[in-house]
Write a protein that binds this ligand. Structure first.
Ligand code: C2E
Ligand code: CA
Ligand code: CA
Ligand code: CA
Length: 276
């Protein structure tokens, strides 16, 4: 048994070594990714559950790396740890502005565009000034854009609250992402005036496991409505889920309606959805 244990340790350290190797390779590759234009944005439609009409879309970062497509769940944490998320985040916002002009030119001027911003970007006291400059340089109206943040901005609530006020003054909307997934979700809405509550996928998944969870979901939706926030349920995959949620008069996002799409496919999807 002792021998076995030792082998396990060796196996484990070996495994750990190769994980660290992949991480450090990825870090090196991430540093070059912006210069080598390996990023792009895909857009996932958000729909009104009452009539399936598209009301907006969320920009989601995609990285075509030398290792193939690496999912954001793998590279975003590394980008956050290394601070690379700061220039990557600026690129993302600028690219979303540029794409929005293309969408306008194709006749899609009305929908909202959501962009994810990491808490790490809020550590920069001049963040809102940088955002303002990007919209000005790109000649795009911030009124069409929403910034998605998570409860992790609460780590520095004073600075975050100031930056959020400044962003709102620019005309941007604020969404709380992954609501209900963490511990301090309610703390966020107590401290920040939000426009949109994005309810985490785990909550709708739990409803299918046990219908009683629908009461919890309904209570959270009620909180959002009392805060005058738009409500988006994330990760709707099944018709059954959409039907359960329909009476609530809220918005939804998920594979049931569409996967995140590259800009040219989004155009085709939006054209179709006008006929729903
Ligand atoms: P998120 O902001 O919560 O984005 C929603 C994620 O759920 C996306 O994954 C989306 O593709 C996925 N999703 C949407 N509908 C469904 C569904 O019906 N079923 C399932 N299983 N998944 C669904 P993605 O694109 O892999 O992004 C993962 C996370 O990476 C995002 O979660 C966000 O936290 C982060 N991320 C992505 N793009 C950016 C970015 O530009 N900046 C920052 N800071 N983070 C980003
Ligand atoms: Ca998001
Ligand atoms: Ca989310
Ligand atoms: Ca998430």
């Amino acid at each position: 048994a002792k021998q076995n244990g030792k082998n396990n340790v060796q196996f484990f350290t070996h495994e750990l070594d190769s994980q660290m190797m992949r991480k450090s390779q990825m870090e090196q590759a991430l540093k070059k990714a912006l210069d080598e234009q390996q990023f792009s944005l895909h857009y996932q439609p958000q729909v009104n559950l009452a009539n399936s009409k598209v009301i907006g879309y969320e920009a989601l970062l995609r990285w075509q790396s030398p290792f193939g497509n690496v999912p954001p769940s793998e590279f975003i944490p590394i980008a956050e740890e290394t601070g690379l998320i700061v220039p990557i985040g600026e690129w993302t916002l600028r690219q979303a502005c540029r794409d929005s002009k293309e969408f306008c030119a194709l006749g899609h001027a009305a929908e909202k565009i959501s962009v994810n911003v990491s808490a790490r970007q809020f550590k920069d006291p001049d963040f809102s000034e940088k955002v303002r400059a990007i919209f000005e340089q790109e000649q795009v109206d911030p009124g069409r854009f929403e910034i998605e943040i998570t409860e992790s901005v609460m780590l520095d609530i004073e600075q975050s609250a100031r930056i959020i006020c400044e962003l709102k003054e620019l005309g941007l909307r604020i969404a709380i992402d992954d609501f209900g997934a963490g511990y301090s979700s309610l703390n966020v809405v107590k401290n920040i005036e939000i426009d949109t509550l994005k309810i985490d996928k785990s909550l709708i998944d739990e409803v299918l496991i046990n219908r009683r969870n629908l009461f919890i979901l309904a209570a959270i939706i009620e909180v959002g409505k009392n805060l005058d926030a738009r409500i988006v349920i994330e990760g709707i995959e099944l018709e059954e889920q959409a039907e359960l949620l329909q009476p609530f008069g809220i918005l939804g996002q998920g594979y049931l309606f569409s996967r995140p799409l590259p800009p040219e496919k989004l155009d085709a999807f939006l054209n179709e959805s006008e006929y729903v």
